[in-house]
Unconditional design. Structure first.
Length: 306
């Protein structure tokens, strides 16, 4: 097996993060029409570009913790952008005004628990809790059907469970170098766990940071969680465009990188209404490396299924 550098392993581990089986209960928040936007630190708030509607920040309570959602007003369908592991809403900061101008749609980004302005939740990263958080936010913001979902990396797992558990909520998805069920074979799970063991141990022995806590949370229950995820199928009723990077989160490990690309191709072949797009020359960070490609595919999905 190729040796991962710490930064590469951190990104790879977060990219294929945990779908733990225990589901959290959804807690709807108050009526968005009567709930004023909450002020957040200037560093956390998106900045509107000239000609773009001002972005509003809302704090949504779910299961006792607060989550920051950022809304650029517009019409339906809403476009919801879900950032990759270790990222907050600012991953999409350049795309938001461009999508708003091009589509006129409402644009929603947010910070998952423990990221950005959202509260941290202790324990293993739980995809079902993450789905509950996103669903609670969307419900509180009045988004109940036919949205367009864009998910990068780890958010692919959130997207998969969200569309399965909420028929009619998502009318189309763009999965940007996303973690997909086909990737998590027993052999691949063993390779990821083996590659990460030393760094997880090192992270536990060092002073706690947000990054180390994220990595440790991702590693907990990794094997059982991903064996469960491998059995999950994307619904045939929801069309999806998969954008796969050439380098993948496993750049430097050709075997793992090829398996990541093969998993994307297998996902596309497994159901109707699916399209595979390769981001030639791109790293795993496609939203930053090739934002025009991501925007174009989102606009196509809006036009076809919005």
């Amino acid at each position: 097996m190729n040796v991962y550098t710490p930064s590469r392993l951190h990104r790879a581990a977060l990219a294929v993060a945990l779908p733990v089986i225990a589901a959290g209960a959804l807690v709807a928040c108050s009526d968005p029409a009567t709930r004023p936007p909450l002020s957040v630190p200037a560093s956390a708030a998106p900045v509107a570009s000239a000609g773009t509607p001002a972005t509003e920040t809302h704090m949504i309570n779910n299961n006792g913790h607060e989550l920051a959602f950022y809304v650029t007003p517009g019409h339906s369908p809403a476009i919801v952008l879900d950032a990759g592991g270790g990222e907050d809403h600012t991953q999409w900061k350049d795309l938001v005004p461009q999508l708003s101008a091009a589509t006129g749609s409402e644009i929603i980004t947010y910070d998952r628990a423990g990221m950005g302005a959202s509260d941290e939740v202790k324990g293993a990263w739980d995809v079902h809790a993450a789905v509950s958080d996103l669903r609670a936010g969307l419900t509180g913001l009045g988004v109940t059907e036919k949205m367009i979902l864009v998910a990068h990396s780890q958010a692919g797992e959130v997207a998969t469970y969200l569309v399965r558990e909420n028929p009619g909520l998502v009318s189309g998805a763009v999965l940007v170098d996303a973690s997909l069920p086909q990737f998590s074979t027993d052999e691949q799970i063993a390779r990821v766990v083996a590659a990460g063991t030393a760094q997880i141990a090192a992270s536990r022995s060092q002073p706690s940071t947000q990054q180390s806590r994220q990595l440790i949370a991702t590693a907990q229950n990794y094997g059982p969680a991903h064996r469960a995820y491998h059995q999950v199928a994307w619904p045939d009723s929801v069309p999806a465009t998969v954008i796969v990077s050439e380098k993948t989160p496993f750049d430097g490990s050709p075997q793992d990188a090829q398996h990541w690309r093969d998993a994307a191709a297998e996902f596309v072949k497994a159901g109707p209404g699916r399209t595979l797009v390769t981001a030639v020359g791109s790293s795993h960070e496609i939203p930053q490396d090739q934002p025009d490609l991501v925007r174009a595919e989102i606009e196509k999905m809006v036009a076809a299924h919005g």
